[in-house]
Design a binder for this molecule. Structure first.
Ligand code: FAD
Ligand code: SF4
Length: 553
């Protein structure tokens, strides 16, 4: 029997891959969707409502079990890939977060969805550093519209400089007491505080219920109130005649023919370990920035000796992530001894400090946002910053409950050739597929920006009259913010980029990469995922158009 040839094989079902599959299927193409992980049942698989006392290590997990990846704990360790079990060299340089399941990391993401603005796409010509994207904000704005309508975002139209308003399915979530306090006092230091724009619903949307304010989105939302591709896209595709989802299928290579074009992919069944192949007229890689590029680097052949579409030698280079500094905690004395109220809200902050350094003279390039935390959590807090024993210690912890506040900076990371990852031939995963190793380090620009972040945090806390806890100024390893992007960047010059402005390989015209790999810059604005989905949507429409015209053969 002749092997079936699909129109397109899409690899990965997270933000980039599910969006591509959605658009391609709706364009009438026959899609095989391969996902390395399993299907999740939100009501069963997410430990959203477990309490610390339900778990042997009170939710923290056994000390040392997760090698410092803060997202992995006893609520999520069955979802994320444990770096101790699937090892890669260089964890001290790069915190690589992997979640192999349908929906990928959209199951547990932070949900911030601010649009990138005109200046962010033109960093060289408008801000004097990095490289301009080959597209501008106006090219992507209509796709942001489509994605935001699909995702459902709670937000406010603030008309803020270089951070365009989007399409919101409901109002922003109401600020907590400490957030209102922060807004009022930060204003005295000239620092703006805006409503979060978050993919946690404040009104029912597209068959999904609004958030019931349990505050635990990081564990996965059991009712689908926060957007994930598991809840928001895959159900729209399943059952369609031109869509097939194959879970537990870990792709390791893109197959190519004599002319160097893609003919399909090969994979291992993650349960049985059996190898398999899918034939297709075009391949869309969206397995996440590092995994997609790893697949390309592992796909060597006579025509592509350095990896698929890697004639420029740039594959893996210019990898970026938000430059994430360590947090600073403080106590607001005026909030001490408050009567506890329910301030759980939607997981994470309801207000945020956007980039505000535009009109200042800075000794570094780019900008950053500050993410805050306040309010009564589900416990009384760790008691950090207080000392003593017995009743007196308890009294102090109770007094501080609901009075704590924290700020942490996330900054623009400049694209540097010297930040890269490569195949580590001596280290293979459980299927025998060569792993990657990272070569990344903070730059002088990162350090100067970090100092500015901390100086402003000090300034804001002074304006709040806060008692700041001792802290160390530091930069987290790259990857810790989980905004990795840029290792197969787009451009018009095949010597300076891997993909064209439609996420299509310069060298292999039936290969598209529609996750964060194509990013040219990593702005100091919170949210890369809706941009990634918008780019994927645009690329997929282009792919369908070209395929229908017979221009990918
Ligand atoms: C805790 C946390 C907080 C975050 N906060 C935010 C935020 O506030 N705002 C924001 O914009 N972003 C945030 N992010 C980032 C966001 O989750 C990612 O940008 C987004 O999920 C990336 O989409 P992706 O499709 O590239 O990768 P993923 O969502 O990771 O999906 C990749 C998929 O590919 C599959 N896959 C991997 N390898 C293979 C293979 N070899 N074969 C087949 N399938 C494969 C995986 O199983 C996975 O399902 C956060 C992430 C985390 C974890
Ligand atoms: S806070 Fe809202 S969005 Fe988050 S897990 Fe709870 S119900 Fe879901």
């Amino acid at each position: 029997m002749a092997t079936k040839v699909y129109d397109v094989v899409v690899v990965g079902s997270g933000a980039g891959g599910a969006t591509a599959a959605y658009v391609l299927v709706n364009q009438g193409l026959e899609v095989m969707h391969l996902e390395a992980g399993r299907m999740l049942q939100p009501g069963k698989d997410f430990r959203t409502h477990l309490r610390p006392w339900d778990l042997p290590f009170r939710g923290q997990g056994k000390p040392g079990d997760y090698d410092g990846l803060w997202k992995i704990n006893e609520y999520t360790d069955h979802l994320y890939t444990n770096p101790r079990k699937e090892k890669y060299d260089s964890i001290d340089k790069f915190h690589w977060t992997r979640l192999r399941a349908v929906g990928g990391r959209t199951n547990t993401w932070g949900r911030s969805c601010f649009r990138h603005g005109t200046m962010d796409f033109k960093t060289q010509s408008m801000q004097g550093f990095g490289e301009d994207w080959p597209i501008g904000y106006n090219d992507i704005a209509p796709y942001y519209d489509r994605v935001e309508r699909l995702v459902g975002i709670a937000g406010n139209r603030d008309n803020y400089f270089n951070m365009p308003d989007g399409i919101y399915s409901g109002p922003p979530h109401p600020p907590r007491c400490g957030e209102l306090f922060l807004k009022a006092h930060a204003a005295k230091a000239g620092v703006p505080v805006l409503h979060e724009r978050t993919a946690a619903l404040s009104a029912n949307h597209d068959g999904r219920p609004k958030c019931h304010y349990c505050g635990e989105c990081g564990r996965g939302c059991d009712v689908g109130a926060r957007f994930s591709t598991l809840d928001g896209i895959i159900p729209k595709l399943r059952g369609k005649r031109n869509y097939t989802l194959r879970t537990n299928s870990a792709v390791h290579e893109v197959l190519t023919g004599e002319n160097g074009r893609c003919t399909g992919v090969s994979f291992f069944d993650s349960v049985t370990g059996q190898p398999g192949e899918v034939r297709a007229k075009a391949v869309v890689l969206a397995a996440s920035t590092v995994e997609s590029v790893r697949i390309m680097l592992n796909s060597t052949s006579r025509i592509h000796p350095k990896g698929l579409g890697n004639g420029s030698g740039l594959l893996g280079h210019y990898v970026m992530d938000s430059m994430k500094a360590g947090g600073v905690s403080a106590i607001l004395p005026v909030m001490r001894n408050r009567t506890p109220i329910n301030e759980d809200g939607a997981g994470g902050s309801h207000m945020t400090i956007p980039r505000f350094n535009y009109k200042r003279k800075n000794n570094y390039y780019g900008g950053y946002f500050l993410l805050g935390g306040t309010g009564f959590g589900s416990g009384a807090g760790s008691g950090s910053g207080v000392s003593g024993w017995g009743p007196d210690l308890k009294k102090q912890i109770r007094a501080n409950n609901g009075a704590s506040i924290s700020l942490r900076g996330y900054g623009e990371r400049l694209p540097e050739y010297s930040n890269y990852f490569e195949i580590d031939p001596g280290n293979k995963d459980r299927f025998g597929i060569p792993q990657v190793r990272f070569q990344t380090a903070p730059s002088d620009n990162d350090r100067k920006m970090m100092e500015d972040m901390y100086n402003w945090i000090d300034e804001i806390f002074r304006a709040c009259g806060a008692e700041v806890m001792p802290y160390t100024r530091m930069i987290e390893p790259m990857g810790d913010a989980t905004h990795e992007a840029g290792a197969a960047r787009m451009g018009t010059d095949p010597h300076k980029s891997v993909l064209n402005p439609y996420c299509q390989s310069h060298e292999v015209k039936n290969l598209f990469v529609t996750d964060g790999s194509c990013f040219v810059s990593m702005p100091g604005t919170h949210g890369i995922t809706t941009l990634m989905m918008s780019l994927s949507w645009r690329a997929s429409e282009y792919l369908a158009h070209k395929m229908k015209k017979g221009e990918l053969a």
